[in-house]
Design a protein around this ligand. Structure first.
Ligand code: BG6
Length: 527
C-alpha cells in the first residue's frame, strides 16, 4: 500500500498525472466479513449452477470469503455432500474455471441437504442441521438464506424460515440472519406488497437483500463516482444544459428457455421495473450527503416519487411496444418470438419497449428520458447517453449552416465499459470545417487487477451486510406504482394486438420507436 502512495507522491512531484495502476487489494475486496453459512435454496438449479457456485469459487480463490464459512446447498434433487461436491466440480470444470490446486479446500466448504420446500418439518430439521454446521465450521450462528428458487415459492420459503425460527437474530449482533431475494419482486404493485408483507412478518428490512444484478456492474456503480467525485460535470447536469437522456439496454438474446417466465413478465416487468429504473435513478438522483446505503436509497426514492404519472390515455405518445419476428442475427436465421419453444403462437407479450418519461422536479423539468430495452436486437449494448443542448447561437452559420452537432456524453456499460464525450473541433487545413471528435476513457485503463463479477460483488455485500446495491422496499413499491397502471392499460385495452408492433430479429426495433425517440443515442439519432 505504501508503495502506492510513494509512487503517487513521486508522480506529483515530477509533474506527471497520477494515473496509477491501483493495487488490487485496495479495490477488489473490502474484507472477508464475519463467519457465516450461506444456504442456497435451489442449489441444483440454473442460477446456482451458472452464477452462484462459480462466483463463490472465484471469491474463494481471491481470498474474499470469511475464514469460517460454509455453503449449504438445498434442493429437492437427491444428492449427498459428496455428490454435490462432484456436481459443483463438474460444472466448474465444464466452464473451464477449475485451475490450480485449491479445489480440495473449496470442496470442504460444500454441504448439501435434500429439502422439500412444502414441508414445515423439513425446515425444523434444516434448523438442527445448521446448528450442527455452525459448531463444525465455527460460523457463529450467522446465516444467509439465498432464494435461488422460482419466484412462486419465495413467500412460502420465507414463511417456513420464519415459522421455524430461522429468521430471528441475536440481540447482541452475533447470530444474524439475512434473506436474499432475486427479482421479480412481485408481478404488480399488489403482489409486491403482499410479498413484502410476508417477508416483513419474519424479517426486518435490514435483513432483506433484494438483488438487482445491474447495480453490481462496475460501470453502473461508477455512475455516482463519475457524477459526484468530479466538480466539472455536475453544474451541467440539469435541464439548462441537457436536451434528453437515453438509457438503452439492447440485447441480442431471445427468450432462450425461459418462456414460462417471460410470457407472464414481458419486457416491462423483466427489464423496466428493475434495471432500467435503477439506471434512470442513478443518472437523475441528487447527491446524498454521504455515500452510505440508506442515504443513497433515500435519494433514489425521491426520484421514483418525482416520476410524472404516465398519461395512460395517451399511451401512443409515450410508449412503443414491440415483439420480435423471425430475422437474421449475426448471419444466422433466428425464429420469431411466437415460434420459440413454450411461447403461445398468438402471444401478445412485448419483447421490446421504448418509454418516454419525465421527472417533475427542478433539475429535470421538461427533459425527456427515453428508456429502451429489447430482445433480439442488432447488437448487445447497454448505455446511458446524455445529449447536451445545441449551442445557443452558431457564429459559423455562414460556412456551416445552422446545424452543429451537440455534445454527447455516453456512459457505456456493455460491451465496452467506457465513457466517451463528443465535441466539435476544427478540421486541420485552410478551409473552415468542423468535425466531431470523441474523448474516450476505457474503464479498465491502468488497472490490471482482477475485477469482481456482478454476482461475486452481490455475495460479498450480503456477507458484509452492506445494502447499498440492493433495492429497498419503498423503491420497489414506488416503481410498481408507476408501472402498474401502464401494464394494466396495455394488458386490458381493446387494441392490444395492434399496439404490439412486430420487428424483425436483428433490427433496432420497430420503426415507430425511432419516431418516438433515439433508440441508441450513441450511434446518432438517425440510424
Ligand atoms: C435479466 C433479465 O434480469 O437481465 C434477462 O431477466 C436479461 O431477460 C438480463 O437478459 C440482461 O442482463 P445483462 O447483464 O446481460 O444485461
Amino acid at each position: 500500500m505504501s508503495d502506492f502512495f510513494e509512487e503517487a507522491d513521486r508522480t506529483l512531484v515530477e509533474g506527471r498525472a497520477p494515473d496509477l495502476e491501483v493495487p488490487r487489494e485496495m479495490c477488489v475486496l473490502e474484507g472477508p466479513g464475519e463467519p457465516c453459512v450461506l444456504v442456497i435454496f435451489g442449489a441444483s438449479g440454473d442460477l446456482a449452477g451458472r452464477k452462484l457456485l462459480p462466483a463463490l469459487w472465484n471469491l474463494y480463490l481471491q481470498g474474499g470469503l470469511p475464514q469460517a464459512f460454509a455453503i449449504l446447498g438445498c434442493a429437492r434433487t437427491p444428492m449427498t455432500d459428496e455428490t454435490f461436491r462432484a456436481y459443483t466440480r463438474e460444472l466448474l470444470e465444464s466452464a473451464g474455471m477449475l485451475k490450480g490446486s485449491r479445489w480440495e479446500g473449496f470442496s470442504r466448504l460444500l454441504h448439501y441437504r435434500v429439502l422439500d420446500y412444502g414441508d414445515p418439518a423439513a425446515f425444523k430439521t434444516l434448523g438442527s442441521d445448521l446448528d450442527a454446521l455452525d459448531r463444525e465450521a465455527r460460523t457463529a450462528g450467522n446465516r444467509i438464506f439465498y432464494l435461488a428458487v422460482p419466484p412462486g415459492i419465495y413467500a412460502w420459503t420465507a414463511e417456513l424460515l420464519g415459522s421455524s425460527g430461522l429468521s430471528g437474530e441475536d440481540s447482541n449482533g452475533v447470530g444474524w440472519s439475512r434473506i436474499v431475494v432475486e427479482k421479480p419482486f412481485g408481478h404488480d404493485l399488489e403482489s409486491a406488497e403482499q410479498l413484502d408483507g410476508i417477508l416483513h412478518r419474519y424479517f426486518r428490512e435490514h435483513q432483506i437483500f433484494r438483488i438487482d444484478h445491474y447495480l453490481a456492474k462496475e460501470t453502473v456503480q461508477n455512475i455516482l463516482m463519475f457524477r459526484f467525485a468530479n466538480a466539472i460535470f455536475e453544474p451541467l447536469w440539469n435541464r439548462r444544459y441537457i436536451d434528453y437522456v437515453a438509457v438503452t439496454a439492447a440485447e441480442t438474446l431471445g427468450v432462450e428457455h425461459r418462456a414460462d417466465y417471460y410470457e407472464e413478465a414481458g419486457v416491462l416487468r423483466d427489464m423496466f421495473q428493475n434495471h432500467m429504473m435503477q439506471l434512470l435513478t442513478l443518472t437523475a438522483m441528487e447527491p446524498p450527503s454521504i455515500f452510505e446505503a440508506e442515504r443513497v436509497r433515500d435519494e433514489k426514492a425521491k426520484v421514483y416519487r418525482a416520476l410524472r404519472p404516465f398519461p395512460v390515455d395517451r399511451l401512443d405518445e409515450y410508449l412503443v411496444l414491440g415483439q420480435y419476428g423471425p430475422g437474421v442475427l449475426d448471419g444466422r436465421e433466428v425464429p420469431g418470438y411466437r415460434e420459440e419453444t413454450g411461447v403461445s403462437p398468438d402471444s401478445l407479450t412485448p419483447t421490446f419497449a421504448m418509454m418516454r418519461v419525465f421527472l417533475d422536479n427542478w433539475r429535470w423539468q421538461g427533459v425527456p428520458f427515453y428508456l429502451t430495452s429489447g430482445k433480439r436486437l442488432q447488437a448487445k449494448r447497454t448505455e446511458i447517453a446524455i445529449a447536451f443542448k445545441q449551442v445557443p447561437h452558431s457564429m459559423f452559420r455562414q460556412v456551416l449552416g445552422e446545424h452543429i452537432s451537440a455534445n454527447r456524453l455516453v456512459l457505456g456499460i456493455h460491451p465496452e465499459e467506457r465513457i466517451t464525450l463528443t465535441f466539435q473541433t476544427k478540421n486541420p487545413g485552410a478551409k473552415v470545417c468542423l468535425r466531431t471528435v470523441t474523448m474516450d476513457f476505457n474503464y479498465h485503463q491502468n488497472y490490471t487487477g482482477p475485477v469482481l463479477e456482478a454476482y461475486e460483488k452481490v455475495l460479498i455485500d450480503c456477507i458484509l451486510g452492506d445494502q447499498m446495491l440492493f433495492w429497498r422496499q419503498d423503491g420497489v413499491e414506488l416503481c410498481w406504482s408507476f408501472l402498474t397502471p401502464i401494464l394494466h392499460r396495455c394488458e386490458t385495452c381493446g387494441n392490444r394486438a395492434e399496439r404490439l408492433l412486430r420487428y424483425p430479429a436483428g433490427s433496432w426495433g420497430p420503426d415507430q420507436a425511432h419516431q418516438l425517440g433515439p433508440v441508441l443515442a450513441s450511434l446518432g439519432d438517425g440510424h
